[in-house]
Design a binder for this molecule. Structure first.
Ligand code: ADP
Length: 324
């Protein structure tokens, strides 16, 4: 391997820049060259390449988003699109790839490496923490910190007016952010896609909280929750508790931005380093990840075919106890 191509693809996440920086610096340290590919697979097809030096990645470890930009690219799902992408990669002299993104990005990398003779290593970057092969994905910790900061602020206004707030958080089909930030933010109830909570149960819980004279209540609802969305849940609760001043807050894309946390910066740096070292050792078609305190790799086949139930059962129980 002489030249490694690095790109970010799919949904962006805080920590992607720190990962790019780490890939570039590790590769240069190993006397390899690095090409940055803009806009993920779209840039591969359009030929948007840039030679990366150590200075290209100065002062980006602390920046959210991705300096290489991201994109969703339908053309890459076609054989013709991938043929064009591979032709461009070859012409650039790129002979290995590091892909930073989510499961869609992993799927694209796997197909390309199977169709053509190009080693790939993936880095899990998504705030949703919904990928197999890593206890934590890049951006998840930062998003949790952003959400608890928002919950703290919402609680100030909730407590001043005896309000009940329904706060929707991101995570697609995963309740990881809802559970983690719900416990960290002291939510009275948490609704998750992995564990169906009927609205009657929620009403029961809120009644008990009211009996214990709680001055404010915050209910965290994961976007993937199966009760018909945050407004629907709020409407049903309002029918039962007409005296409650009920407010809805959808945190939305602010959860995807911001400076990465210390945890995400270090994780990204370890992942970038590991991805390059593994490629140079001859490993390919895999994703890097963290298990406990160790860096590991998992074959893409295995990572894409397993959807791990990542919610910590004990934390679910603790969330219930804490709302008592
Ligand atoms: P994420 O990586 O965050 O899951 P997407 O699902 O949008 O985001 O995937 C990112 C990109 O990966 C897509 O826009 C597409 O270019 C590529 N991709 C996804 N699925 C496939 C597939 N089945 N075949 C080829 N490329 C794919």
């Amino acid at each position: 391997i002489n030249r490694i191509g690095v790109f970010t693809s799919g949904g962006d996440a805080p920590g992607m820049n720190a990962a790019i920086r780490s890939v570039v610096r590790t590769a240069l340290y190993e006397n390899k060259k690095v090409t940055g590919i803009y806009h993920g697979y779209q840039g591969m097809i359009d030929g948007e390449f840039i030679d990366m030096t150590s200075r290209s990645v100065s002062s980006i470890i602390n920046k959210g988003g991705t300096v290489l930009k991201s994109a969703r690219c339908l053309d890459f799902k076609t054989k013709e699109g991938r043929a064009k992408a591979y032709g461009n990669i070859k012409r650039e002299g790129i002979d290995a790839l590091v892909a930073i993104g989510g499961d869609g990005t992993f799927t694209g990398a796997q197909i390309l490496s199977q169709e053509y003779d190009i080693p790939v290593m993936c880095i899990p970057g998504t705030i949703d923490n919904d990928l197999y092969g890593s206890d934590y994905t890049l951006g998840y910790d930062t998003a949790n910190n952003t959400v608890i900061d928002a919950i703290d602020k919402i609680r100030d206004t909730a407590a001043s007016h005896n309000r009940v707030f329904f706060v929707e958080v991101m995570g697609r089909d995963s309740g990881c952010i809802a559970l983690q930030a719900g416990v960290g933010g002291g939510a009275e109830a948490i609704l998750l896609p992995e564990k169906e909570t009927a609205i009657v149960e929620l009403i029961d819980l809120l009644e008990h909280a009211e009996e214990r004279n709680k001055s404010s209540m915050i209910v965290i609802i994961a976007e993937g929750d199966k009760n018909g969305g945050v407004y629907n849940v709020a409407k049903h609760v309002k029918e039962k508790f007409e005296h409650f001043d009920i407010k809805v807050s959808i945190l939305g894309h602010l959860q995807r931005g911001g400076a990465p946390s210390s945890f995400d910066r270090v994780l990204a740096t370890r992942m970038g380093y590991t991805a390059v070292r593994e490629l140079l050792k001859g490993n390919s078609g895999a994703t890097v990840g963290i298990r406990g305190i160790d860096m590991i790799t998992t074959p893409l086949d295995e990572a894409l075919n397993n959807r791990e139930f990542k919610l910590n059962e004990e934390l679910l129980e603790i969330a219930k106890v804490m709302s008592f």
